[in-house]
Design a protein around this ligand. Sequence first.
Ligand code: ADP
Length: 402
Amino acid sequence: MSEQTVLVINCGSSSLKFSLIDPDSGEEFVSGVAERLMTEQAFIKISHQGKKQQTALSEPFDHQIAVNFIVGVLEQVGLADKVSAVGHRVVHGGESYSQPTMITDEVKASIAELGKLAPLHNPVNLVGVEAAEQAFEDTPQVAVFDTAFHQTMPEKAFIYGLPYHLYKQHGIRRYGFHGTSHFFVANQAAKALQQPINETSVITAHLGNGCSISAIENGKSVDTSMGLTPLEGVVMGTRSGDIDPGIVFHLIEQLNYTPDKVNSLLNKESGLLGISQMSNDCRTIEEAIVNDNDQHADLTMDIFCYRIAKSIASFMAALSHFDALIFTGGIGENSNLVRSRVVRSLALLGLTIDPQRNSDVRFGKQGLISTDDSVKCLVIPTNEELVIAMQSAQVIAEQAQE
Ligand code: ADP
């Protein structure tokens, strides 16, 4: 074990994922996830040395209880005093944070202020920060922002076709998300292609429950499909992605939806779940296609894949050259069906899938899935925890040098 081990914390509204990582080797010592927080069914799953254990959490079933439990586990396995930093995934860094940042009272205040742009995410990220501060009093805490990597986008990509003062006075613009993932897989792609990252231009498709596509020109994000919030872009597990904004007024004025109901409809009841009326889980939809020849599941998948292909094709406008298409995230890493349907709409970009390679590169493997004469298409498993650990360690090392 090296001197640095970073506890990575990723807080969601009702979940908390954590991982204790050596940022140099990438070795993960303990990891886990607390789910159903803020309910009486709250529990935590811990993985340590190949063993998994699940425990119910006690009152008040919140993020602090989960962090206290994690500290207890780290003490039990003799790793609590090895935590040299805590790295937090913070969803919205606005325009203030284009780099990972040591957390101070001032940084906490601006994460809270940025809660205006990400009310579902930033407040709960702060809860995680404060719980970790209590549990690891003298340990440096670092914020790694999901928006940071996209801060290199040019204005033409991030300004909406709205009155300009909404941007200037209220920060309404495209920010983009999944930045750590897009950053990681683009850098891995450059290594795989044996090219310097600052000469590598790729399109990265992060397809998980949330999905976003990014155009990366010479290692820098120049456009991305998610916007002010993670709702924009392609069709996702439960989010609609792009729709005609007029639909919102139609729902409110003609169908008597309240703003809350529209919000819930677009974020939680749409996407794969809403179209299929079956599930937000790609595996369930695939099974219905393959096992039951379910035509509606097939249509759902076609809509999902076509929209992803359209987004990828549109990003040709952002690039001066195109070295590779990269798939990542739970769906991108595992679903050869989604990959083949997306790429079959992209023949004009010079992309052709090799079916054998496509079915071989799954379940955590990295590799090429295109034919030899195609523009390259790679699958690269993402590792956001490792990026957060590495960037946290780097911030601490830089501060020690100052
Ligand atoms: P999150 O965005 O919550 O991190 P993930 O990146 O884990 O989500 O992706 C979850 C998605 O990945 C789900 O839709 C799930 O069905 C899909 N997925 C996971 N494994 C497979 C598989 N073997 N085949 C198809 N889809 C898969």
